[in-house]
Design a protein around this ligand. Structure first.
Ligand SMILES: Nc1ncnc2c1ncn2[C@@H]1O[C@H](COP(=O)(O)OP(=O)(O)OP(=O)(O)O)[C@@H](O)[C@H]1O
Ligand SMILES: [Mg+2]
Length: 398
């Protein structure tokens, strides 16, 4: 794989600066003076650069605009933005736009070296997903983790977004995040992003999609997570179960991990997600109605033939003082609770900020509990199964 690093923006000596900090000869680094020239390097058909490094002379707005453009046209190209001052408010905006790293040169050149190294490794990993079977695509089939709750508002979308980020960090592999709500899905709002196409675009491209086609249909959410969803359309028809199957197969043969957020309830397309999922995260909260929904779901889904060991019961907002404890939930329902996620005002704040809490506040108890849950999912999925255990179909085929 040829690594190509392009320095973008004045002065021309920025090229030497990048080369020096990366410990390489200046002629191995390409230099272009402007954003427009950088965009020309991303023409369809041409091999896309591994990393674009933007100089402090490139304005913040131009850097964000280029990041959006790279996300659309060359999703495997990593973008590193270099500033000669503390980036302050730029960081969340840059992450939302898909920038891999923002480097503050006042902290010395080691940071730039590390950032370029990480960017190269990330880009090569994403490109490697299109190659031979690798660690990233064990047995050419990744794992599908579905969030489910028959009751609305339990925290599925919050958990889906944050688990996707935590999974990609934990596993070291890019992860897909799919929102199957075609009417008014909001999973990608946790990244402050709109989808660039509809999830139906993937289906329209037919079967046996190549990983490159799957990647370019996704929205690069934070450098590691590729989002698939639909712009709001309350009149949209729910995806037919066959389409859901095709989408998830395309995603799992591209990504080591795919997280699927589902709308509340037992609609046919949700059941077809659960049918294909390797793990089902049943989300409940500490109120009697949500707990009853969770207990009924365990019973309904196991009676439909899904093995109990494929479920994990996740109690969200589990520390709420509402006269019901997790222990009482386990005793009354006789269902083991696998993960407790605390309530935190950081969650709505992160939604408003458009940066998942595991990225913006990784040391907070809520982020740590999501990261721990993602860790157990990664541990349980390695080594990946090459076949699915036989299971009864959930859907009645007519
Ligand atoms: N642990 C938490 N602490 C604080 N607020 C939370 C927590 N989890 C979720 N919320 C908030 O609760 C609300 C509902 O969460 P979310 O949208 O993720 O639920 P949902 O299950 O996806 O809902 P729907 O069924 O409508 O899709 C959101 O405003 C979210 O920010
Ligand atoms: Mg939701």
């Amino acid at each position: 794989m040829n690594t190509s690093i392009v320095a973008v923006g004045a002065p021309p000596t920025f090229r030497q600066q990048v080369a020096r900090s990366f410990g390489t000869a200046p002629e191995t680094i390409e230099w272009v003076p402007t954003i427009t020239a950088a965009e020309e390097l991303l023409a369809p058909g041409a091999p896309s650069p591994t990393v674009l490094v933007l100089s402090p002379a490139v304005k913040d707005q131009d850097a964000l605009g280029l990041a959006e453009y790279v996300g659309r046209t060359a999703p495997a190209t990593a973008l590193v933005v270099v500033r000669d001052r503390a980036p302050d408010g730029l960081l969340p905006l840059a992450m939302r736009a898909g920038v891999r790293d923002v480097v503050d040169l006042t902290q010395g050149s080691q940071e730039l070296k590390d950032a370029i190294g990480r960017a190269v490794a990330w880009s090569e990993k994403v490109r490697g997903m299109g190659g031979e079977p690798s660690e990233a695509r064990p047995g050419r089939r990744g794992h599908v983790h579905a969030l489910f709750s028959s009751k609305g508002g339990t925290g599925k979308s919050f958990l889906a977004a944050n688990i996707a980020v935590a999974l990609s960090r934990h596993s070291g592999h890019p992860t897909a995040l799919a929102d199957l709500d075609v009417q008014i899905g909001d999973t990608l709002a946790y990244f402050g992003r709109e989808v660039k196409g509809t999830i139906a675009d993937l289906i329209a491209q037919g079967d046996n999609l190549e990983p490159e086609a799957v990647l370019s249909a996704g929205t690069n959410l934070d450098g590691h997570v590729f989002g698939y969803g639909s712009p709001p359309d309350p009149a949209a028809q729910a995806l037919p179960p066959e389409a859901v199957g095709r989408i998830l197969r395309a995603l799992r043969s591209t990504f080591a991990h795919t997280v699927v957020d589902t709308p509340a309830g037992y609609s046919d397309h949700v059941l077809s997600v659960l049918d294909l999922a390797d793990d089902i995260l049943l989300v409940a909260m500490l109120d009697v109605v949500a707990v009853r929904h969770m207990a009924v779901a365990v019973h309904t889904l196991t009676s439909s033939g899904i093995p109990r060991d494929r479920f994990r019961v996740v109690l969200n907002r589990a520390d709420s003082k509402v006269g019901l404890t997790p222990q009482e939930v386990e005793r009354v329902t006789r269902v083991r609770v696998d993960a407790l996620i605390p309530s935190s005002r950081l969650v709505p704040a992160s939604l408003n900020q458009g940066v998942p809490v595991v990225s913006s506040e990784p040391r907070s108890p809520v982020a740590k509990s999501v990261a721990a849950l993602a860790g157990t999912l990664v541990a349980a999925s390695a080594p990946a199964p090459t076949t699915n255990a036989p299971k009864r179909r959930l859907l009645r085929r007519g």
